[in-house]
Write a protein that binds this ligand. Sequence first.
Ligand code: NAD
Length: 289
Amino acid sequence: MATVGVIGAGVMGKDVALTCAAYGYDVLLCDSDADVLASAPGQMRRRVRKYRMMSPAVAEWHADDVLGRVSRTGDVADLAGADWIVENIVEDPEAKRELYLRLREVCTETVRVAVNTSCMPITRIASLMPHPQRVIGMHFMNPVPLIDGVEVIRGQHTSDDTVKAAEEFAGSLGKRPIVVNDMPGFVSNRLSHLFMNEAAFLVQDGVAAPEQVDDVFKLGYGHRMGPLETADLIGLDTVVNSLAVLYDEFQDPKFRCCPLLKKMVDAGFLGRKSGRGFYDYTTSTAGAR
Ligand code: NAD
């Protein structure tokens, strides 16, 4: 079976690794933080348990089999022989740039690289690589095992062959690819970050409590989750970083980040991953929303 190198073992990397392994790929999970890497298997096992209760497809997964196909490394050089690399490190342009400058020494001309970013231009990242035609955006959505769609982003250099391979790769993971062209934030995050940011302004301005904002979306518009629940799920640090990228790229004030979001990140209220964001996830009713 083909091998997938997954770089970044955070919120997204763990779920991408689980999904690839569940669909039969051998996975090599890479993170620069040894503690993150050490705790990953335990967290991934707990996630399988949780997702099994939420999806009939995941209910078929067997944690031992899935985790048995996942190895770990702290060195990206070990990913040299992978068929696909799915990169999921922090949404920080300088961190991504440094990583790709390292990856360009590692990747052979047979590997294809899927960039999982919320907002960063794929073309700029691909330009750092020796074979930019083999680089494509694959914006997996959170939580990866439960979401059917993957936004596939064609960069300026991406070849038709790589687009086709990405569509097949997504299909092999049980996902439906939606192919769009490269522009910061693509379709999903250019829209969603506007409403998450404005929702934070509504709370900051005292117009409504988080529950009320989210209930308007759920009860009024029939959305499955409200914007602030979504922001907590994504991670408020990632939302703030993504807004910074959008603001920087478009130079448009509509993407200026709500000060309340920055204050919450400064306080360590990052959402689900830290136990507290717009909601508290440390109580027994956590996750009810
Ligand atoms: P995260 O902060 O949870 O995890 C990032 C991980 O990358 C951390 O474990 C960190 O140690 C690791 N890392 C940092 N630099 C590294 C390097 N040079 N080499 C290896 N590992 C490194 O972030 P996340 O929420 O998983 O997001 C990852 C990417 O996916 C971001 O670009 C984000 O915008 C995008 N994304 C996030 C979501 C979401 O809902 N969180 C959804 C879609 C896409």
